[in-house]
Design a protein around this ligand. Structure first.
Ligand code: PEP
Length: 262
């Protein structure tokens, strides 16, 4: 049975002074057996968050929001995967805000993926279409191309062993308050696994967790977790609100119990 995962993407919010308290509060309010909780704060808050949740049970994982595609070198302002040792065990890659703001391409994201896996980080690879692409009936094709570009040259066995997670995040749903419909997200989760299967993953594709992301709240999480193809959520705005996280993780706990993974 696939992992049930709720990952919090704090984006460019919180400071080292307030991140620990927020992480502690969220951790205390989201203790659900069988649900993997991941908090991804800004780089400068990783140490504070890690320290704050270190003793939580079940454990709370800490993730970075990106990582550089080189190991070290003249890359002012960047952070490499090996630098995250002791700070993070997960990493978000290819988030649409990085594709937009930092011009990340699928090929570059694939190089980051290699660094992340080599450093022992569990990757959450984000894919998703723009609104005009969905309206033109191209959503599945766009996501397939993103997967092809990012996964090119990677050994499926190594990525499966690293616990690769895919987050389906339609760009038009991120931070807009306009979420996708559960059945549409589930259809994309099926398409993602079919894409992996065609790319040499074979039966391993069925074991890859697929999260939905895009304006997830405690009020709409049920729509997504009612879909067996969806294994959790990547949560942005609502992940800064303990009440929201409590509701989202509580609903994820129901899925974990129904799957017998709790
Ligand atoms: C995200 O940051 O990945 C995200 C889905 O944001 P939001 O939940 O705010 O739409």
């Amino acid at each position: 049975m696939r992992d049930v995962i709720v990952a919090a993407n704090w984006k460019m919010h919180t400071t080292p002074a307030d991140a620990a308290e927020l992480a502690r509060t969220i951790a205390a309010r989201t203790r659900e057996a069988g649900v993997i909780r991941v908090i991804c704060p800004p780089f400068v808050c990783l140490a504070a968050v890690r320290e704050a949740v270190a003793d939580d049970d079940p454990p709370v994982a800490v993730g970075a929001q990106t990582v550089h595609h080189e190991l070290a070198g003249a890359h002012t302002g960047e952070t490499s995967a090996p630098m995250l040792a002791g700070l993070a065990s997960w990493v978000i890659l290819g988030h649409s805000e990085r594709r937009r703001d930092a011009y990340e391409t699928d090929e570059l994201i694939g190089r980051k993926l290699a660094r992340a896996v080599d450093a022992g980080l569990r990757p959450i690879l984000c894919v998703g279409e723009q609104l005009d692409e969905r309206e033109a009936g191209r959503a599945t094709g766009v996501v397939d191309e993103q997967l092809a570009g990012a996964l090119e040259g990677h050994d499926p066995g190594a990525l499966a062993a690293a616990g690769l997670v895919i987050a389906y995040e339609p760009v038009w749903a991120i931070g807009t308050g306009r979420n996708a419909r559960g059945p549409d997200a589930a259809a994309m989760a099926d398409a993602i696994r079919a894409s992996l299967e065609r790319r040499g993953w074979a039966s391993r594709a069925a074991d890859v967790p697929v999260l939905y992301g895009g304006s997830v709240t405690s009020a709409n999480i049920d729509e997504f977790l009612a879909e067996p193809a969806i294994d959790g959520a990547l949560v942005g705005g609502a992940s800064l609100k303990p009440d929201e996280m409590a509701g989202i993780v509580s609903r994820a706990g129901l899925t974990a119990r129904a799957r017998g993974t709790a």
